[in-house]
Design a protein around this ligand. Structure first.
Ligand SMILES: [Zn+2]
Length: 115
């Protein structure tokens, strides 16, 4: 039955997630990337960098080593707001890519259960 099949693929694994998410429209991405560029110049962002902490691994870095990470990535419909942007070290930002925090946690759980 069709319904049962679609349900089965739902539970088959989270590795499919990246393939079926619908990317945010290009207008949204363009607008939010521009907003991010402005936010990076703000006093608020400079004070975030000044704390010298990566929001993901919690380690200390110099402000120059920290990048802006969107908790909900722009490509996934996230916005360049103070609530959605956190300082992240380059390692964490690269590892996270376009995943959401929840997906990253799931991916880590998945990797662990394979071993
Ligand atoms: Zn980090």
């Amino acid at each position: 039955m069709f319904l049962d099949q679609s349900r089965a693929s739902e539970y088959a694994g989270f590795s499919f997630m990246e393939d079926w998410y619908i990317a945010a429209p290009p207008e949204h991405q363009k607008r939010e990337k521009e907003a991010a560029r402005l936010l990076r110049k703000s006093a608020w962002w400079k004070s975030q960098l000044g704390k010298g902490l990566c929001a993901h691994c919690g380690k200390r870095f110099s402000p120059a080593e920290l990048t802006m990470d969107h908790l909900l990535p722009i490509a996934r419909g996230g916005k360049s707001t103070k609530k959605n942007c956190v300082p992240s070290c380059k390692t964490c930002n690269t590892e996270k890519g376009s995943k959401t925090r929840a997906e990253l946690a799931l991916a880590k759980l998945g990797a662990g259960s394979d071993e």
